[in-house]
Ligand binder design. Structure first.
Ligand SMILES: NC(=O)c1ccc[n+]([C@@H]2O[C@H](COP(=O)([O-])OP(=O)(O)OC[C@H]3O[C@@H](n4cnc5c(N)ncnc54)[C@H](O)[C@@H]3O)[C@@H](O)[C@H]2O)c1
Ligand SMILES: O=c1ccn([C@@H]2O[C@H](COP(=O)(O)OP(=O)(O)O[C@H]3O[C@H](CO)[C@@H](O)[C@H](O)[C@H]3O)[C@@H](O)[C@H]2O)c(=O)[nH]1
Length: 327
């Protein structure tokens, strides 16, 4: 393969699915990861360089060795709840880590970057669906660190001519339909895998964080986007930058909102297993409703999610938790 992309965080959930799609598109993914939350066994489509974002020298060396045309930057700490309890970890790993990474890119002459941003940069949006020009006022440290990195990319563009695509994902979910990759976080805090663990009897129950939100059934609403649809968008973003595209910020979601209760019902429908639940108070830092307007991603990147209805998301994720799909 003559095309090469450097992928920080490529041993993680979204990064590994993206490496599989990159390879299918004829691009060699070189993974740079410290395996803090990722898995060595997820790295199957190219080499693994083991290292941390803080190690500027090691990143420079990787760029000089593999000569990638672009960087995709997934590596981060990514739990909203944890970021409220331990903000220092987030500022160090996400913000300081990204400064080290961007400095390495500058030194080694790599100036195209696709960055994992998030809808958490919007905070509690004043109107829905969320478009890219919605004011960015994050309500938790995680979202603030991601907004800071978006701002840094703007400064590096002005100072050094970097060109970047910031992809603001909504809630990544589902898994490789061919079963080669699953979602494996430890501890697992995301709603769909937690609910599947409860349905499979591998945890006692799912904690539901609040049912007193101003939503139709009282539970939080999120926009679940299939990880393979996200992966495809990354390949499109790499091509977009290769073809000379201007710096871009784009939402990646399904465009639909699904409540916590609707997720639980869909799991029952797909697996015929009940999800035992316990109602708890609201989780700090959780906005009530988030869903995307993806018009801009469609126009600029040809983004058209194919697998992001909630049933398909659950059907592809369930086998990874030992659950049979029954509908
Ligand atoms: N999962 C979601 O719903 C979601 C939504 C929006 C944005 N994001 C962003 O997408 C990215 C990937 O998320 P994910 O769910 O795949 O998470 P993940 O934890 O599965 O993957 C993160 C990867 O980065 C690596 N990593 C972390 N810190 C590192 C460091 N300092 N040096 C080197 N490697 C490091 C980890 O080992 C892991 O392989 C993150 O940037 C996250 O903020 C995720
Ligand atoms: O055991 C659980 C886990 C979650 N929830 C609720 O389910 C919703 C989704 O939560 P979760 O799956 O933890 O995702 P988010 O907090 O929305 O954060 C994810 O989605 C963000 C974009 O919305 C990304 O930026 C983050 O990286 C990613 O962790 C929220 O309302 C939670 O309160 C529960 O009720 N019980």
């Amino acid at each position: 393969m003559s095309r090469v992309v450097l992928v920080t965080g490529g041993a993680g959930f979204i990064g590994s699915h993206t490496c599989k799609r990159l390879a299918a598109a004829g691009i060699l993914p070189v993974v740079f990861d410290n395996l803090s939350t990722g898995h060595r066994t997820n790295v199957r489509w190219g080499p693994l360089v083991e290292g941390g974002l803080e190690d500027t020298g090691r990143i420079v060396e990787a760029i000089q060795t593999f000569r990638p045309e672009c960087l995709i930057h997934f590596a981060a700490s990514a739990y909203v709840g944890e970021s409220v309890e331990d903000p220092g970890k987030y500022y160090r790993n996400n913000v300081a880590g990204s400064v080290s990474l961007l400095e390495a890119c500058r030194q080694a002459g790599l100036n195209r970057i696709v960055f994992s941003s998030t809808c958490a940069t919007y905070g509690v949006p004043p109107r829905l669906p969320i478009t890219e020009d919605t004011v960015q006022l994050p309500v938790n440290p995680y979202g603030r660190t991601k907004l800071m990195i978006e701002l840094m990319l703007g400064d590096y563009a002005r100072a050094y001519g970097f060109r970047s695509v910031a992809l603001r994902y909504f809630n990544a979910a589902g898994a490789d339909p061919e079963g080669q990759l699953t979602e494996r976080h430890d501890p697992e805090t995301h709603l769909i895998p937690r609910a599947l663990l409860a349905a499979a009897g591998r945890v006692d129950r799912l904690d539901v964080f609040g049912d007193d939100y101003a939503t139709p059934d009282g539970t939080c609403i999120r926009d679940y986007i299939h990880v393979v649809d996200l992966a495809e968008a990354h390949v499109a973003a790499v091509d977009y930058l290769r073809d000379g595209g201007d710096p871009l910020k784009a939402n990646l979601g399904s465009g639909r909102g699904t409540s916590v209760r609707q997720v639980i019902d869909a799991i029952h429908q797909v697996t015929r297993r009940r999800v035992p639940v316990q109602l708890l108070p609201r989780r700090a830092g959780d906005p009530p409703v988030l869903y995307a307007d993806t018009t801009w991603a469609r126009r600029t990147l040809g983004f058209r999610p194919q697998l992001s209805d909630i049933e398909t998301i659950i059907k592809t994720a369930a086998p990874g938790f030992g659950l049979e799909v029954r509908s």
